[in-house]
Write a protein that binds this ligand. Structure first.
Ligand code: PGA
Length: 250
């Protein structure tokens, strides 16, 4: 049985004092869940969040990293830097980074490999645009992105990766893919993983859905056969919403 993994993606929101209050409040509400709870926070909140989340079941992740260990890359943060302060997860290839910061399938793959080399668990995002979906290309896009993101990884690494299927047209728009459509897309990703790494790995790999997940649609999405949780943007900024998504089965 795969676990449900609910990860918040705060994007460029939350000051340290807000982050500390958020985690202090959230911790009390999610301490009994069997689901995995992750918050991916801005770099400037990481240290505060790690300290506040210590001894709780809330895991902390970053939202991006560079693939090099160190060097002349002004403004960048490496996987080693994240791991050293205690970060466990890192989002890689979010569509906003692909769209606004020139991330490509190639840089995504480099970052995924670098994340593993430092013992970080990557949450790799894939997803199609509305035009691609309307042109009937969704399946091709998401399976190709998956293949390129995983290129060169070992079976053991793929066992520990999290893939987030995030149709771009559903992110921050209030439009959620129907549970059926999201589940179908995630099945296609799982089939791709099976083709590349075999059935056992495919049955184990966590594949989340992301795009306007909220308390009112979480349960329906999570009760499908293949959706293993969510990457939550907007609704991860309010404790009462995020807590309800995490506790969808209570
Ligand atoms: P949203 O964002 O939940 O606000 O749609 C999801 C994401 O970008 O990860």
């Amino acid at each position: 049985m795969r676990k449900k993994v609910i990860a918040g993606n705060w994007k460029m929101n939350m000051l340290p004092n807000e982050a500390i209050s958020f985690i202090t409040e959230l911790e009390k509400k999610v301490k009994n869940t069997q689901n995995e709870v992750i918050l991916c926070v801005p770099y400037t909140d990481l240290f505060y969040c790690l300290l506040t989340a210590q001894g709780t079941n809330i895991k902390i992740g970053a939202q991006n990293m560079h693939w090099e260990k160190n060097g002349a890359y002004t403004g960048e943060i490496s996987g080693e830097m994240l791991k050293t302060i205690g970060v466990e997860y890192v989002i890689i290839g979010h569509s906003e980074r692909r769209q606004y910061f020139a991330e490509t399938d190639e840089t995504v793959n480099k970052k995924v490999k670098a994340a593993f080399s430092y013992g970080l668990k990557p949450i790799v995002c894939v997803g199609e645009t509305l035009e691609e979906r309307e042109a009937g290309k969704a399946q091709e896009i998401i399976t190709t992105q998956t293949k390129l993101a995983l290129e060169g990884l070992t079976q053991e690494q793929v066992n520990h990766i999290i893939i987030a299927y995030e149709p771009i047209w559903a992110i921050g728009t209030g439009k959620t893919a129907t549970a059926h459509d999201a589940n179908e897309a995630i099945k296609q990703i799982r089939e791709k993983v099976e083709e590349l790494y075999g059935k056992e790995v495919a049955q184990q790999v966590i594949i989340q859905y992301g795009g306007s997940v909220k308390p009112s649609n979480a349960k329906e999405l999570f009760e499908t056969s293949d959706i293993d949780g969510a990457l939550v943007g907007g609704a991860s900024l309010k404790v009462e919403d995020f807590e309800k998504i995490v506790n969808y089965n209570q």
